[in-house]
Design a protein around this ligand. Structure first.
Ligand code: 5GP
Length: 179
């Protein structure tokens, strides 16, 4: 196990790269089966999804497309909290089978917002593929059909996920070391 420091915090390896890649392959196999004869569009949610999206895509054997969106970090508030806008969604999704590709589902609010936004665009179906899911943190019900790893409530970095901008380039996934 290796220990690294990012900014002010220490992290220790929790999931090695080979294990991540093998698990993504298994999920890609499920998608290949479920979408046989269809042409889904993967919709990656930046920034964190880029490594997962690349590995997932290169293991898909069906016809498929990919596009990316970003959620604004802040767009006014309501009584229910911060409203985030989905940016960069230029594709026509009417009648399309959409697979949202996310790095991690934590409170579920990002995925709830994505589902709301996609719902108005008339897709044939929408499913979620997420590299990580933290069930203990969910605040709203989110159905992650293609979850790769279920993890405990601990902050992680690596394989696309950052701590304050750093750590996305790490090949393994690391857990924060609580002091
Ligand atoms: P949600 O809207 O589900 O609460 O948040 C999802 C977003 O929060 C993820 O896309 C990710 O950017 C961030 N996030 C949640 N948990 C973690 C974590 O453990 N590590 C990192 N690096 N980001 C996280």
């Amino acid at each position: 196990m290796s220990r690294i420091k990012i900014h002010d915090k220490y992290f220790e390896t929790s999931i090695p790269h080979e294990e991540i890649v093998a698990a993504i392959k298994r999920v890609a196999a499920d998608i290949n089966k479920d979408y046989a004869g269809k042409r889904p569009i993967l919709l990656g949610v930046l920034n964190g999804c880029f490594m997962f999206a690349a590995e997932l895509m290169r293991n898909l054997e069906i016809e498929c497309e990919i596009s990316f969106v970003k959620l604004s970090s802040y767009q006014g508030t309501t009584t229910t909290g911060v409203i985030r806008e989905v940016l960069g969604l230029t594709e026509n999704l009417a009648g399309r089978d959409v697979i949202i590709v996310e790095d991690i589902v934590d409170t579920g609010l990002t995925m709830q917002r994505m589902m709301e936004s996609l719902g108005t665009r008339g897709p044939a179906s929408v499913q979620i593929a997420s590299l990580f899911v933290k069930p203990a943190r969910l605040q709203v019900p989110v159905d992650v059909k293609y979850g790769v790893f279920t993890i405990p409530d601990r902050f992680i970095v690596g394989y696309g996920l950052d701590y304050d901008g750093l750590g996305r380039n790490l090949q393994d996934v690391y857990d924060v070391v609580e002091d």
